[in-house]
Write a protein of this length. Structure first.
Length: 379
């Protein structure tokens, strides 16, 4: 049983430029704060350091007991970022452990950790340098900057937390980190919220996608795949490609509904009303929406790419296909025409997520890491 680190004070540094209001606007507030509410119940005192202005203080009543440190002075962003460790110095000095939410902006947490001599957990929910290399080229300025930033933070941090074994191997090889320095703590799923609803709620022929509308997600291929099919595609999310995708759907007379960002608590309804969830990405790290759809018992189609193939056992917990429109179309037709397979995959997917990614399971990993960093003892 994991020991409870009573009265331990944990400070979470937000991703550069991100506020509580940002989380709220994109519909991820409840999902992001859930693990910190759980940590509170186990004796951990939590502080959020955000990039929001005084408006972030309005969220105090929604997260009772969690202290919010923000740019309440309305300072220019660069000034606030540079002097953040001093501006919030009183609270940061009293804390026991610092943690970053993502790699971008982790250099600010690192400066504070060095100033106040606190242990730092550098969390990496997605591999910034890998994504930059895929999108802009391995030798691009963005990729080089991301690698430089990661190297600085990961080598100096006391622990690096990644979400998959594949990411652990990447950072160990790329930055020469000892195996013991890198912890795998997957993304969690609120399995009590994301659960199957009653029989018959789904709409026949309805397909669902949830995620950012950018090049990585390969939505153009999904639109091409459903051309001429008697299906309805529900797209939840927003991004740089939305207008182009809406135009393509109109021009090709496709039955597609774009919903934009939706509150996290409303996503189970979209999943349970769909017959299939499709994630056609060109690459991923550890996609939360895929796990959440699986937790609802929804049959899923995912492309056979890194980050997805590690979560799907073909024809057991989901269906794998390649990234082309023809293969995505073939997968959709195969599943729509095989109710027994859909039922089996949905049931297996739900069990897989509950067994491996429930918040209760992830909480144990978080507590064990905090216990080790503050006492030097593994639980």
């Amino acid at each position: 049983m994991t020991a409870r680190p009573r009265n331990l004070q944990l400070v979470l540094f937000f991703t550069r430029g991100v506020s509580l209001r940002t989380w709220d606007q994109v519909g991820m507030f409840e999902r992001e704060v859930a693990i910190y509410r759980q940590l509170q119940e186990h004796g951990v005192q939590v502080t959020f350091v955000t990039y929001g202005n005084a408006e972030d203080l309005r969220y105090t009543d929604l997260i009772p007991g969690i202290r919010i440190l923000c740019n309440r002075w309305g300072l220019p962003t660069r000034f606030y970022e540079r002097w953040m460790p001093i501006l919030h110095g009183k609270t940061l000095f009293r804390a026991d452990v610092y943690k970053t939410n993502q790699t971008m902006g982790a250099d600010v947490a690192l400066r504070a950790a060095r100033l106040f001599r606190k242990p730092l957990i550098a969390r990496c929910g997605y591999m910034w340098s890998y994504f930059a290399s895929r999108e802009h080229g391995d030798d691009s300025e963005r990729a080089r900057y991301a690698r430089k930033h990661e190297n600085q933070v990961f080598t100096a941090a006391d622990r690096v937390v990644v979400t998959t074994g594949q990411m652990k191997q990447y950072v160990a090889e790329q930055y020469g980190l000892a195996n013991s320095k890198v912890n795998v703590i997957p993304n969690y799923v609120l399995t009590d919220l994301f659960r199957p609803k009653q029989e018959g709620i789904f709409k026949t022929g309805r397909i669902c996608f949830v995620g950012r509308l950018d090049a990585q997600k390969n939505i153009n291929a999904l639109l091409e795949a459903i051309r001429g099919l008697d299906v309805e595609l529900q797209i939840i999310g927003d991004g740089s490609r939305r207008k182009d995708l809406e135009k393509s759907a109109r021009e090709n007379n496709l039955n597609v509904r774009f919903w934009g960002n939706q509150p996290h608590t409303e996503l189970p309804q979209y999943f349970n009303e769909a017959e299939i969830f499709v994630l056609p990405s060109l690459y991923e790290d550890h996609p939360k929406t895929l796990l959440e759809s699986m937790s609802c018992g929804l049959p899923v189609i995912g492309t056979d790419v890194p980050g997805i193939r590690e979560l799907i056992r073909h024809r057991e917990t989901g269906y794998l296909c390649n990234t082309s429109p023809a293969e995505i179309r073939k997968a959709i037709l195969n599943l729509l025409g095989n109710k027994a397979l859909r039922t089996k995959m949905g049931e297996n997917a739900r069990k897989f997520v509950v067994d491996n990614f429930s918040i209760e399971h992830i909480l144990k990993l978080e507590l064990a890491l905090l216990q080790e960093l503050t006492t030097g003892k593994k639980s």
